[in-house]
Design a protein around this ligand. Sequence first.
Ligand code: PGA
Length: 240
Amino acid sequence: MRIAVANWKADKTQEDSLVWVKRFGAFWRDKIHLPGGIKEIEIVVCPGFTALDAAKNEIRKLGLPIKLGAQTVSHFENGPHTGQVTAAMISPLVDYCLVGHSEVRQELRISDKEINQELERLKEVKIKPILLASDLEQAERVCGVLRSLRRDDYAVTFEPIEAISKEGAYKSLSAEKVKAVLADWKKKLGLNCRWLYGGSVNPGNAGELIKQPDIDGFVVGQASLDPESFLRIIQVMIEE
Ligand code: PGA
């Protein structure tokens, strides 16, 4: 099943997140007509930690087919680590968790070793990881834990740093380039999983990208902040 992941980064308060969920719900009912029902696509939204609980309640109340993900998780299991949010803390709230996003790597100085530990922590509490890497070597260094997971229980995302949108400007790689990279990763990493692309995905390029045989879905930043824009991407993923 294809998967559309919204990564809101540091962009929404709890209140903003609730507004988004309500607007998404209204658009969802009006605009989307799915021939085979909502099972055709998995929708995952990753708000900041402080909005997870409220978003979960609202999604449940409105009966929306949205799963939640966290944007990162501590590599510690528990203990004296002030400021850390552990896998056990988020496990009642989320199905998924992003791991190894380049912004987390750079801004929080997270190493490959810690990313491997994060994957272990998530496995212990059965949260599904969505690993992000910007090149093959980086992916190779952190994919060990993933080998013990089942296909639908994790995803690997090619997200080149230079393609991430900046100040509202989209800078995506071409669909051909993304396809070539993911085909190479598929062969060389030997993982049986869903393969995603992230980096300036928007309603204008999602169709061309999802047509490629090696792309099972997207991690969407900027274009997911507006529910209508994210829904347009979902619609394209269902129709193509
Ligand atoms: P973008 O971000 O879609 O705004 O480029 C994607 C991401 O960094 O997850």
